[in-house]
Design a binder for this molecule. Structure first.
Ligand code: PMP
Length: 466
């Protein structure tokens, strides 16, 4: 990708990378000691495998966090621009959530019964996202799983349509990729035919969507409103209205996964752009750091949940444990909608994710994007800058990618890893090159300026004056 990234000196990049890797190892003796110990009780020394493979360097062990910063066990303090994969959009340990959760813990965390806070959260999400009815899970993955089942039950169809570059959680039917036009399992351990009812096309490609919907077997299109898993690519003008027209015409439901983009705008991009999904999926930041997932649905779909076979469920539970199929949607989990998650989400919505708080992050996001543009220009690089409210980032291509194919053609893993470790060694944490920084409720203008300084320094070491 030397053409796209133009003024990057590869030899220098590799020697900087070696120096920074060495500095990283030297600066994290406590993390490295914990990792060595952890290897004896956990594969690769981590409690969950992708913690070992996501960052391009050994994992560091976390110690504590407050606001937009966290510390590792070696005592280094990081300005966090990735926010624990956006979970901490409200900052680490936001005071209103800490109080609500502490109070609820003392009163009992779970009853396997509804808690009143659930009503507040459902009502508030209805106001924000415009969908009247809500259900709760423990993660966005599980909300997506139920959204897909609901779409299948409501339409009597099986197929789901996704866009290349997506991620909707570790679900068998969405962990699929397209290889030579065929859907294939993305990882080991997935059933060989798990993707038999999954189709994938390129984002922004309405003719491809139309061709797929013509099969008349697509239960739902599941997509993020703007794609955020391989850096960020945005919908082109007319894409969303076209998608909605095509799905309606085909009797296919539209599921918007706003797990990430709920952090971009009050009411998500659904509200920002006036979108009209049948289902919206949320998670991550919703609980202010406490696990929760949610999905909102239209009245029509709420009716399907209330009476899946067309009859209200009067004798609920009849037929359970008798070895016969049950006319009820497959939803639920023991810990779902627990009182602790609901108290956390209520506090986060009421006190942390206010409309004013979002407005503040938008100003910071503009500062971030302007700053990145200025660095790129000053360093003579032909990169493009993406802006999405409080999210901003760069692509190693002159033009912004329209889809995953464009993005992959422009990606530069080596450069991305070098920038990441360079910044990490100077106290700035990014989730990875693939995840663009987001200005959160907890960031200040000084934090954004600091990020820009450290980014400029990293690029300055790697870029050659044109
Ligand atoms: N949807 C999207 C768009 C995501 O980015 C993610 C996680 N990165 C998920 C769903 C799954 O979220 P979780 O792992 O919290 O279930």
């Amino acid at each position: 990708m030397d053409q796209a990234t133009g003024a990057i000196d590869r030899q220098r990049l590799r020697s900087v990378m070696a120096r920074e890797d060495e500095r990283f190892a030297r600066n994290h003796p406590a993390s490295m000691a914990l990792l060595a110990r952890a290897r004896r009780s956990m594969p690769r020394g981590v409690p969950m495998q992708w913690m070992a493979s996501t960052y391009g360097h050994p994992p560091i062990f976390s110690a504590d966090g407050k606001g937009a910063h966290f510390r590792c066990v070696d005592g280094h303090r990081y300005l966090d621009m990735g926010l624990a994969l956006l979970v901490n959009f409200g900052g680490y340990a936001p005071a209103p959530v800490v109080s609500a959760v502490t109070r609820q813990l003392r009163r009992g965390s779970h009853f396997a019964l509804p808690a009143e806070d659930a009503i507040y959260v459902a009502e508030e999400l209805s106001n924000r996202f415009g969908l009247p009815s809500w259900q709760f899970t423990l993660s966005a993955t599980l909300a997506n799983a139920e959204a897909i089942r609901l779409a299948r039950a409501a339409t009597g169809r099986e197929r789901i349509l996704l866009f290349d570059g997506k991620y909707h959680g570790h679900l068998e039917q969405t962990m699929q990729i397209i290889v030579d036009g065929e859907t294939r399992p993305e990882y080991l351990g997935l059933a060989r035919d798990a993707g038999a009812s999954t189709s994938i096309v390129q984002f922004n490609d309405l003719p491809a969507v139309e061709a797929m919907l013509a099969r008349d077997d697509v239960a739902c299109v599941l997509t993020e409103p703007a794609m955020t898993l391989e850096r960020t690519f945005l919908p082109e003008p007319g894409f969303h209205s076209g998608l909605r027209t095509l799905t309606r015409r085909a009797g296919t439901l539209l599921v918007l996964d706003e797990t990430h983009t709920q952090t971009q705008h009050f009411g998500g991009l659904t509200r920002a752009w006036g979108l009209e999904p049948d289902i919206v999926v949320l998670g991550k930041s919703l609980g202010g750091g406490i696990p929760i997932g949610a999905y909102g649905m239209t009245k029509h779909l709420a009716d399907v949940l209330e009476a899946p076979g067309g009859d209200p469920i009067v004798g609920y539970g009849e037929g359970q444990f008798v070895g016969e199929p049950i006319a009820e949607l497959a939803t639920g989990g023991t810990m779902f909608a627990n009182a602790l998650s609901m108290a956390a989400a209520r506090a986060a919505l009421e006190h942390v994710y206010t409309e004013e708080a979002y407005a503040r992050t938008h100003a910071l996001g503009a500062r971030l994007a302007d700053g990145i543009s200025a660095i790129i220009e000053r360093r003579g690089l032909s990169w493009s800058v993406v802006r999405l409210f409080n999210r901003a980032g760069y692509h190693f291509s002159r033009d912004l990618p329209r889809n995953a194919l464009d993005q992959r053609a422009a990606e530069d893993q080596e450069l991305s890893d070098a920038l990441r470790i360079h910044m990490l060694n100077r106290g700035v944490w990014e989730a990875g090159g693939w995840a663009n920084p987001v200005a959160s409720v907890a960031h200040t203008a000084a934090d954004i300026d600091h990020y820009l300084e450290v980014l400029d320094e990293a690029i300055g070491e790697l870029a050659v004056k044109g």
